[in-house]
Every structure is written in C-alpha cells, then in structure tokens.
Design a protein around this ligand. Structure first.
Ligand code: ATP
Length: 511
C-alpha cells in the first residue's frame, strides 16, 4: 500500500511537470480539492469524453445527448430529494482535528478484512498452484469464513444505521470496531453529524428579490426535467436514453487524494428510460455494457470489480459500483443505478406537469422507470493516468518515464522531429507535419538530442515519433518509432497517414 501511495505522489508530480493537472490558483497556494487541467490534461480529458460520447450516444440509435444548464430552478432539488437527503455523515477526531466521512471510515475498516481474505487466497494459490480451487477455498477455509462473517456483520450494522439515519448507531459502530484516526491513531471522536453536500448561491442582483439556488450536485436532474422535451422533439420511443457530460459540485467533507474526490468535477451520465417492470433487465444490461466499455480501453481486466451498494440512495432499488484499482486501492469509478420512477414522479408532483409516456405497443400511459450509468470523468482520467504511468530500466542502464496511454486517448498522436536543425531538415519536417495535422494532434520538436526528445515524448504518452534525416531528402522516407517497443522502422512519407491512423483510431476501442 505504502508503495502504491508513493506511486500516487509520483503521478501527481509527473502530471504537474508535464502540464496535465495543476493545483487550482496555485500562486495563491491553491484551493483545496480543486484542480486545473493543463495543456495536455485537457487533450486527454477531451479524448476520454469523446470515447464515452461516441460509444454511448453516437453508436446507439436510441440514445441522444444534451447539454443542460448548471443552474436550475430551486424546486428541482427539493423534488429530487437533495435538499433534504443529500447528506454525508461526518465525524471529527478531537486530537488530530481531522474530519472524516463516518461511512468511509467503516468501509476502510471492512477493507482490512477483505485484504486478509485476499492474503489467504494468495497463500493458498502459492501453496497449491494449479490445483488450487478458489471458489471452494472461499466457501470452506475457516479463516476466510471468520473474516467474511465479520464483514457481513459490520455491513449489516452499517446498512441499518445509515438507512435509519441513526447517527448515534453509526458512532457506536465506530467505537465498537475500535476504529482509530489514520493520522493520530486516536479514538477520541466527536459525535456523528449530517452534512449537506450542496453548494448554494443567490440568483438576482437586487437584495430581497434574490432566490437561493444550488450548483448542481449531479447532472442527472438536467436530463429528467428535459425528459418530455427530448422525447417529443426527438420522437423517441421507449426504451431510450438521454446522455450528458458536465460539471457537478459537491462540498465534500473530506477531499483528498488528488482528482479522485474534488469539490468541482465532471460527470458523464446517461439516463435510460424503460417500461416499468423491465428495469432489472436493463440494469443488468447496462452493468454488462459498461464493464465492457472499461475493459476495451486495456488498463487490465484485473483492475476492475463490481461492488453492490450496502446502503441504497433515496431514489434507487438496485445499485452497483464499478470499482477500479487506483493507487489508493479499489475505489468507485462508476455507478450503475436503477432509479425507479422516483425522479420523474417527484418532478411531476412538484411541477404539476405530467411527465408520462404513451406506449403504443401496450396502449398505456406510464411514468417510465430509469436505469442510470454515471461515471466521473476526473476519476476516469486518474484511472487512465495512474495505470499508464511507469518507470522502466533500459538495457543501457538508464531509466525512462513512460505513459503507455491507449493510443486513441493520447494527447499527441505523433511528434515530428528533424534529426538536426540544418540542411533543410526542419523545413522537410514541417512539411510532413503540415500534412499530418489535419488528421492528428501533432507536435513539432527540434530541441536537444534525439534521445532526449524521445524521452520527452515517452513521458507525455505520444505513441509515435517521426524522425526526418538526410536520407529523407533523398528518398522521402522517415523512421517511425513506437513508444512502447522503442523500435524504429523506415517507411515512406506517403504511408505515414494510413499507418498512424490505423493505430490511433478510436475505432480500435469501439469495436
Ligand atoms: P463516493 O461514494 O465516492 O462519494 P458517490 O457514490 O457519491 O461517490 P455518485 O453520486 O454515484 O458518487 O456519482 C457518480 C460518479 O461521479 C461517481 O462514480 C464518481 O466517479 C463521480 N464522483 C462523485 N463524487 C465525486 C467527486 N467528489 N470528485 C470526483 N468525482 C466524483
């Protein structure tokens, strides 16, 4: 774990050094849990957005995308339940003065038992090799059963206390488990309190006429309030989906761990409207679709797992997270929620407008049920960045930092370089660049030795470097170097476009 956390520190400094992510307002010492994406970070982020939008919206005939305003009528948040129920239980440690989410402290405690089980499994595997039957081991090993029983017991108590908003019960659970502050090691805790996560501000410039409004804590409500607009104007037939990418704001109690938990972040959400009674079928369908989307990126299938929610949100009848193996361990990356007809019904009631669909196939009017997929763009960014970042020992004894980003997501697809700054090589390189830049984001680099330039491109994840040398002037060929294998190949300039295009195409991820 310690090594993984060091890894996170390295990633944060690499991200800053190369222009991926900067702390917000850094010259004023930053603002907690807010970050700015730099020149390369915004390219990578845009490419992730494009991958999501292309696969979710443009490749589904029955899904369309919108871009709703961040500000919404205040009644939206009353109707959605966020004003009354969008709370997290917080607890302070009196000695370290550190604040925590009480449920996260308990989750982290449970994780220790999970780690014990995984350790026993690893031991068994080592001892019995191919003869090891993991399923059987999990069902019969006494240590595993004891640890699993402990997990089940804690989860059951956590679910009961959180669902009943029994804050004293949550406090008692923390005390009974002997959970200590990770910073001070002290068990001197305050009581548990509820904390609403929504930011509010005032709309209107004349005092007395202003209304309290909220910065949206999720993008989903912008979709619900536009359900009929889109359905009617787009002549959509159920089942259909509405997607959107946009900013969301939460006044998180504890906002550490880089861009994993921010107070201003971006979500990519899709609400899929279905016939009542069919929601579980679609819930399973979307769980399957989404995990496949992740696996196709190639960050390693072993880095994903599903985690069913212990406590369901006020709107859900089933919910699962896709967790990713971040540098801090397995944590939520995406949520898939069966939201029932809760939101549309609530908006129908609070607005007095009918939000129903006439289903010609069964000749019935109904309020559709909804299955949601919701992924944090910044968390996806961190997943991509952290699993791509490596330092490698090279044969000649030197070291290189490389971002082995999926080529389709890399900020620059190709760097074009003249071997030297004389003999017309820069002019030739710029000519090649001019022909490639219609199709690819390219960089021109002529400073320093070729080795140094290759290292620089490796560090920002550029999949290809094209080197222009004296032979190029004679026969119109260049060398093209592959970031991952570091091998160079001589090809004709004419072939470049097709060769690079085939390797970096988003099609490779979408097929
Ligand atoms: P968590 O349990 O980590 O607080 P959540 O269950 O509240 O997350 P959801 O409400 O399901 O999160 O939001 C959907 C997605 O939005 C999450 O899976 C996550 O990727 C992203 N997300 C939520 N909160 C944040 C945040 N503070 N910073 C960055 N991304 C976030």
């Amino acid at each position: 774990m310690a090594q993984k956390e060091d890894n996170l520190k390295d990633i944060i400094s690499h991200a800053k050094e190369y222009g991926f992510v900067f702390p917000s307002s850094e010259i004023y010492d930053g603002l907690s849990a807010t970050y700015d994406y730099g020149q390369l970070g915004s390219e990578l982020k845009n490419n992730i957005k494009q991958y999501w939008w292309k696969s979710m919206v443009q490749m589904h005939e029955n899904i369309v995308g919108i871009d709703a305003a961040i500000f919404m009528h205040p009644s939206v948040w009353k109707a959605s339940g966020h004003v009354d129920a969008f709370n997290d239980p917080l607890i302070d440690n009196k000695d370290s003065k550190k604040r925590y989410r009480a449920d996260v402290l308990i989750e982290d405690h449970i994780e220790k038992y999970r780690a014990k089980i995984n350790k026993d499994v690893a031991k068994g595997l080592k001892r019995f090799g191919d003869d090891f039957n993991k399923e059987e081991f999990l069902k019969t090993n006494p240590n595993v059963l004891r640890n699993q029983a402990k997990i089940d017991e804690i989860e059951a108590r956590m679910k009961e206390t959180l669902t009943n908003e029994d804050l004293e019960g949550v406090y008692n659970l923390i005390m009974d488990l002997g959970i200590a502050c990770p910073v001070s090691g002290s068990k001197n805790w305050t009581e548990v309190r509820q904390f609403n996560l929504m930011f509010s501000t005032e709309l209107g410039s004349v005092s007395g006429e202003s209304a309290k409004i909220y910065l949206r804590p999720e993008t989903a409500q912008g979709i619900f309030v536009n359900f009929l607009n889109v359905q009617k104007s787009g002549r959509m037939k159920i089942p259909f989906g509405i997607a959107q990418i946009g900013k969301a704001f939460r006044n998180e109690i504890v906002a550490r761990q880089f861009i994993f938990r921010m107070r201003e972040f971006e979500q990519m959400e899709m609400q899929f409207f279905v016939r009542p009674g069919e929601e579980m079928k679609w819930y399973e369908y979307w769980k399957d679709q989404r995990i496949n989307w992740h696996k196709k990126i190639g960050l390693g299938e072993e880095n994903y797992r599903f985690h069913d929610h212990v406590k369901l949100a006020h709107y859900a009848n089933a919910a699962a997270d896709i967790e990713f193996n971040f540098p801090m361990g397995f944590k939520e990356l995406e949520g898939i929620h069966s939201r029932t007809d809760f939101d549309l019904k609530q908006h129908q009631e609070h607005s007095g407008k009918k939000l129903q669909y006439f289903d010609p196939e069964i000749n019935e009017n109904y309020v559709p049920y909804v299955v949601e997929t919701s992924i944090g763009l910044d968390r996806m960014f961190l997943a991509v960045l952290s699993s791509s970042y490596k330092t490698e020992q090279l044969e000649n004894g030197s070291e290189r930092s490389v971002l082995s980003l999926p080529a389709a997501l890399a900020p620059y697809k190709v760097a074009v370089m003249p071997l030297t700054r004389k003999d017309g090589l820069p002019e030739k390189a710029r000519e090649i660049l001019a022909s490639l830049k219609f199709d690819f984001n390219c960089q021109y680099d002529e400073k320093d030795s070729p080795g140094k330039r290759y290292r620089r491109q490796d560090a920002i994840g550029t999949p290809y470097c094209v080197m222009v040398d004296h032979q190029t002037l004679e026969d119109n060929t260049v060398t093209i170097r592959d970031r991952d294998t570091m091998l160079q190949e001589r090809v004709s300039i004419q072939e470049l476009n097709a060769l690079i295009g085939e390797k970096v195409s988003m099609k490779n991820l979408l097929m």
